[in-house]
Design a protein around this ligand. Structure first.
Ligand code: ATP
Ligand code: MG
Length: 421
């Protein structure tokens, strides 16, 4: 027998019962992006592997362990994108978007990482991201944080999420700090787990990000990056904190927050929840002033964030969202009534663009049509039987309220629905 066909492990279908939540999130973010003057950019899902090695960094988990890399028929090494920033910068450089210009961009779509699948962690997952180019001040960092905060408020998630921020300083400051940190951990190698021993040689800052409980004490006592920052970096970070305070956004300064990608500098931040277990980060971002130059462009300041759509949808699910139910389900009997019903459905959709009008399709008794109307959760059934066709009326059955069935002239049905929507 042939093997049962199924989706790839860690890659999921998003079924019709869940898509309303996705759409709610996407629509809310789309509106927020418009409010702040951000334009959408769409990049390919596949890029040359080299792009991610040169941007995210060879020694990161993403590039080192998680990428879907393959050779195409020309023998070129390609990768499914594990995140959007690198592609966005590549696109911006390729099309001259950064040359003496300010850019506020956003994107959305699937990303791919070969991780161990679990709740909130998948191999194909979706991000919505924003990236801003050409602005070096803390106010643009505040702007993207406020944008995300506005989105949480729109979705009713603001009470659920907390903001942590930190400053990674400049790359020069991090070089100095790395030395200090390596010296500290070298004095305690016996307490380092295998991952951290490897990172000590490749990416010592990432040790601070370890989730291993046995390492927490050692990490807690490690020297702080904040103590290696110069006056200017401190001032920048203080400005950001001032803007957030003025806007009434609470945050904590987490001196251990480092992020998994190499290209960050100065501000980094994360929005987290405690209701999703270990996969609690729903949105993360920061400043990456060095990346564009690193990829062959002119020095250009940049900040961005990316949110994990699946994790936000899991949160929305816990909030009992009512999905939009149809206002009316049109049932009919006979061919003449069917033609009338099709026309009526179209007119109603013209007149009530925000409401859902469902037309029954297929042969069925009136009784079974009512059952279908009830099943989709419609508020009203509009009935076109032989008698109604003769009288130019529509019979209306209230499916969710104890009200008598009534008849309305066909030319008054739009108004009737408007009054009852
Ligand atoms: P984590 O620490 O959870 O692994 P990360 O630091 O690797 O996250 P980023 O690269 O910053 O994540 O991606 C931004 C957001 O994308 C994350 O905060 C998270 O919400 C989401 N995300 C990242 N990896 C996955 C995944 N494998 N499955 C689902 N969502 C993910
Ligand atoms: Mg990760």
């Amino acid at each position: 027998m042939s093997k049962k066909l199924q989706a790839i492990r860690g890659m999921h279908d998003i079924l019709p019962d869940k898509t309303p939540l996705w759409q709610r999130l996407e629509k809310a973010m789309f509106d927020v992006c418009q409010q702040y003057g951000y334009s959408e950019i769409r990049m390919p899902l596949v890029e040359s592997t080299d792009l991610f090695c040169r941007s995210i960094g060879e020694e990161t988990d993403i590039v080192g362990k998680e990428m879907y890399t393959f050779e195409d028929r020309n023998g070129d090494s390609l990768s499914l994108r594990p995140e959007g920033t690198a592609s966005c910068v590549r696109a911006g450089l390729e099309h001259g978007l950064f040359y003496n210009q300010i850019q506020r961009l956003w994107y959305q779509g699937p990303m791919f990482r070969h991780e161990r699948p679990q709740k909130g962690r998948y191999r194909q997952f979706h991000q919505i991201g924003v990236e801003c180019f050409g602005m070096s001040g803390a106010e643009i960092e505040a702007e993207i944080i406020l944008m995300s905060y506005r989105l949480w408020k729109k979705l009713g998630l603001d009470a659920e999420l907390s903001l942590e921020i930190n400053s990674l300083g400049t790359s020069e400051e991090r070089v100095v700090y790395k030395d200090v940190l390596v010296r500290y951990f070298e004095q305690h190698t016996e307490q380092l787990d295998e991952d951290s021993k490897r990172r000590l040689l490749t990416n010592p800052l990432r040790i601070l990000d370890s989730k291993n409980p046995a390492m927490q004490d050692l990490i807690e006592r490690a020297p702080r990056l904040a103590d290696s920052l110069d006056e200017q970096s401190c001032l920048h970070f203080e400005q950001l904190q001032g803007y957030l305070n003025d806007a009434g956004v609470s945050f904590t300064h987490n001196t251990r927050l480092v992020r998994g990608l190499d290209y960050y500098s100065h501000t980094v931040f994360e929005w987290t929840t405690t209701s999703l277990g270990a996969q609690g980060t729903v949105c993360a971002g920061g400043r990456y002033d060095g990346l564009i130059e690193q990829l062959g462009g002119k020095q250009t300041p940049a900040v961005g964030l990316a949110m994990g759509v699946e994790r936000l949808v899991l949160l929305l699910e816990q909030h009992e969202w009512s999905t939009t139910k149809p206002l009316a389900y049109i049932v009919y009997q006979g061919d003449v009534a069917k033609c009338k019903a099709i026309q009526m459905a179209e007119t109603l959709r013209d007149e009530l663009p925000a409401s859902t009008i469902v037309l029954h399709c297929g042969e069925a008794s009136l009784k079974s049509q009512f059952k279908k109307a009830d099943k989709v959760g419609a508020k009203l059934a509009l009935i076109l039987g032989e008698q109604e066709i003769e009288e130019n009326t529509v019979a209306i059955k209230f499916l969710r309220e104890r009200k008598e069935q009534q008849k309305v002239p066909q030319n008054e049905i739009e108004q009737f629905l408007k009054n009852n929507s």
